[in-house]
Design a protein around this ligand. Structure first.
Ligand code: BMA
Length: 327
């Protein structure tokens, strides 16, 4: 039996077949990196960013650290999801509460189509990192609502539909620094404001995910469960190394891990992943996927400097996760 994506047909997403000389479960786009560090005015680096289908084309929210080294998020648009036009200025959220509107920093956005709008979650500075939440209907006007959690937290990733009647989000409680620990938790909310009923999902394992883990792109709904692509961190004698892995979670109780692959699916090995402002980082924040073909395009940051693209296929990735599973 094969696993299939539950969702829309998106025949126009980027795609390349696996190179003939590769047996990798996820393979890189030959034109990587798709967004160089200086692709927008006053950008020091553009990385860890999220894209979605939008009105027959594509839109996204991009992490742009500027030349003053302020961490901010900007809007981007694209016809083909490879060539992006990124706004010259950060997103200016509409927010009626000055306490929430105050900007410290914003980074690592995720974007999720949910019911009637595109929600944006990001790592939001509020006396330390926590999960900021906003939404847009048109990628022009953005509204900011309450932070989902207390500091310290990162990697807030929404589910694309309610689960058991509640909104659902992953997060990764952390500290005020570079966080040498971290497990993935699941929380639910009746209203996108109040979050609770927290459940442990998964923690560290050996090797590439021995220091900390965090959810990556919006989970993909499949006939066999939620497919989660996440990042895992290893502490080498030269610092943190960020790779990506995959797991399959129960469809109704997503804090229950059914399968989790022991090996990574992609690790920093190319020049644009190994060399940059922070070396040895492959940090996934979004996918585009096509229910008809099972094609998945993964968007990830390379070395905290550029945006790159990799491909996999749902049935192959599921087979890999199962064949290499270790809970
Ligand atoms: C994490 C976040 C990510 C970054 C990674 C590697 O703590 O800041 O944005 O990619 O570190 O520097």
């Amino acid at each position: 039996m094969s696993n299939t994506i539950i969702g829309d047909s998106l025949p126009n997403i980027p795609w390349e077949d696996r190179p003939a000389d590769s047996d990798a479960v996820a393979w890189r786009y030959s034109g990587n990196p798709i967004i160089p560090r200086n692709a927008a005015p006053r950008a020091n680096s553009i990385f860890n960013s999220a894209v979605v289908p939008f009105k027959g084309a594509f839109a996204g929210v991009f992490r742009v650290d500027d030349t003053a080294r302020q961490m901010q998020i900007r809007v981007g648009r694209s016809q083909d999801a490879i060539h992006w036009e990124i706004a010259p200025e950060p997103i200016d959220f509409v927010c009626d509460d000055p306490e929430i509107a105050r900007v410290e920093y914003r980074y690592d956005p995720r974007v999720c189509w949910l019911e009637d709008r595109y929600y944006v979650t990001w790592c939001n500075g509020y006396h330390g990192p926590t999960i900021g939440v906003g939404y847009t209907y048109d990628f022009k006007t953005f509204y900011q609502t309450e932070n989902a959690f207390l500091p310290f937290n990162r990697n807030g990733v929404l589910f694309p539909r309610k689960i058991n009647g509640k909104y659902a989000m992953f997060s990764r409680p952390s500290d005020n620094g570079h966080t040498p620990f971290g497990d993935i938790y699941y929380s639910e909310s009746p209203d996108m404001i109040h979050w609770g009923r927290h459940r442990y999902v998964m923690g560290t394992k050996g090797g590439w995910q021995s220091t900390k883990v965090g959810a990556g792109p919006t989970p993909i709904e499949t006939t066999e469960g939620w497919l989660l692509i996440y990042h895992g961190v290893l502490t080498s004698c030269n610092g943190f190394v960020y790779s990506m892995g995959a797991a399959l979670l129960d469809i109704d109780e997503p804090w229950k891990v059914i399968y989790r692959a022991r090996p990574y699916i992609l690790a920093p090995q190319t020049l644009y992943e190994c060399v940059g402002d922070v070396p040895n980082v492959a940090f996934p924040c979004a996918t585009l996927h096509d229910a008809d073909t099972g094609r998945i395009a993964i968007y990830y940051g390379g070395a905290d400097t550029v945006v790159a693209l990799a491909f996999t296929q749902v049935d192959e990735l599921t087979g890999f996760v199962k064949a290499n599973a270790e809970l």
